[in-house]
Design a protein around this ligand. Structure first.
Ligand SMILES: C[S@@+](CC[C@H](N)C(=O)[O-])C[C@H]1O[C@@H](n2cnc3c(N)ncnc32)[C@H](O)[C@@H]1O
Length: 343
């Protein structure tokens, strides 16, 4: 299939066309991942016919997907007929250091994806869309389905947020860091590697931390990290210098979030810090990405994202106060939270 010219995409700024096309392009990306095309296009530019032969798919049908991904900015065609991933598309590679492939895979996987079809019903009834779809809240559901839990945990591990934490927060003086809801330990492992004199505690539900020892061993930090299976509604390890909750508080509606934070407050000493990592939308200036993330939290957990002001109200109700915010406009921010004395 020789073509004389490169494909020059025409992009639209019309909001409805954008929404409709994104809803469809998502499936093109899923198909490119499933067929193995993302990996095949991850190196130097290649002729599509050669890629199609390697993947054992007809070239003209692979081109349908490639054109869509090219129009979306995920694939480049540097010379006519030669294709490779663009810098944005490279985030879908399995070996990309800030890879989004597993998170993308989770968002487009089975019940995670189908739960969205219940959004209207959820708004009307107040029930979580995921629970309407599956009959269970997400963490109960994951506790019973190892295969889906693996998809979820991999998505968390590969998108863990240690780098911005280390960049923004000085952990040098911290003797102990407790990572609450730390999943299989990807974040605490990276923090301990960067802070050789710090000891860690990974705390999550018992069936989740089962996956931790191998990850901690591979990171070479197993001797400095205790693994505790527990339920943060019942209590958390006491007296650490730093408590970390990455992408955890935003999984819970106000009532439950306050119950968890009260347990954390009880465990903190007067000099402990609590670092809360999560998306932080601005009330007056909604960003498309953060509002989409807020919808996602609402669909999966029944809890839309909180603004800084919402957090301040929540903290005040449990004897905590917001000390500092490291805001990342379209990413995940870090809130540095301290206990209010004499609460
Ligand atoms: C969205 S994940 C975030 C994982 C990790 N902190 C990260 O940033 O990749 C939320 C975590 O909270 C944990 N979790 C949910 N309910 C919990 C509970 N009652 N007690 C302890 N951990 C819980 C989940 O198992 C899950 O690992």
């Amino acid at each position: 299939m020789e073509r004389p010219n490169t494909i020059v995409p025409e992009r639209t700024d019309r909001p409805l066309s954008k929404i409709v096309s994104h809803a469809m392009l998502v499936h093109a990306v899923v198909a490119l991942i499933e067929l193995g095309a993302i990996e095949e296009l991850s190196g130097h530019p290649r002729r599509l016919g050669e890629v199609a032969r390697t993947l054992d798919v007809p070239e003209e049908r692979l081109l349908i997907l490639v054109r869509a991904a090219l129009a979306a900015g995920l694939i480049d065609e540097p010379s006519p007929g030669f294709f490779s991933l663009s810098p944005a598309g490279a985030h879908l590679r399995t070996d990309h250091p800030q890879g989004l492939r597993d998170l993308f895979r989770m968002c487009t996987h089975g019940d995670f994806f189908q739960a969205w079809t219940h959004l209207g019903h959820s708004v009307r009834s107040g029930r979580t869309a995921f629970a309407i779809h599956t009959g269970q809240e997400l963490f109960d559901y994951l506790g019973e389905r190892q295969d889906t839990a693996t998809v979820f945990n991999q998505a968390m591990n590969s998108s863990a947020l240690a780098a911005p934490l280390l960049r923004e927060i000085d952990l040098a003086g911290a003797e102990t860091v407790v990572d609450l809801g730390g999943g299989e330990g990807a974040t605490i492992a990276a923090l301990l590697r960067a802070c050789p004199s710090t000891r860690g505690v990974l705390f999550d539900l018992p069936h989740v931390v089962q996956g931790a020892p191998s990850l901690l061993r591979e990171a070479g930090v197993q001797d400095r990290c205790a693994v505790v299976g527990g339920d943060f509604f019942e209590g958390v390890p006491r007296g650490a210098d730093v408590y970390l909750m990455a992408r955890v508080v935003q999984n819970w509606a106000d009532r439950e979030a306050a119950l968890i934070l009260r347990k954390v407050r009880e465990a903190m000493s007067s000099s402990s810090r609590l670092l809360i990592v999560g998306h932080l939308p601005e009330r007056e200036r909604p960003s498309e990405f953060l509002e989409a993330m807020s919808l996602s939290m609402f669909v999966l957990y029944g809890a839309p994202l909180r603004s800084r002001q919402d957090h301040e109200g929540l903290f005040a109700s449990v004897g905590l106060s917001l000390h500092d915010v490291h805001r990342v406009p379209d990413g995940e921010s870090i809130m540095d939270v301290r206990p209010v004395p004499m609460f």
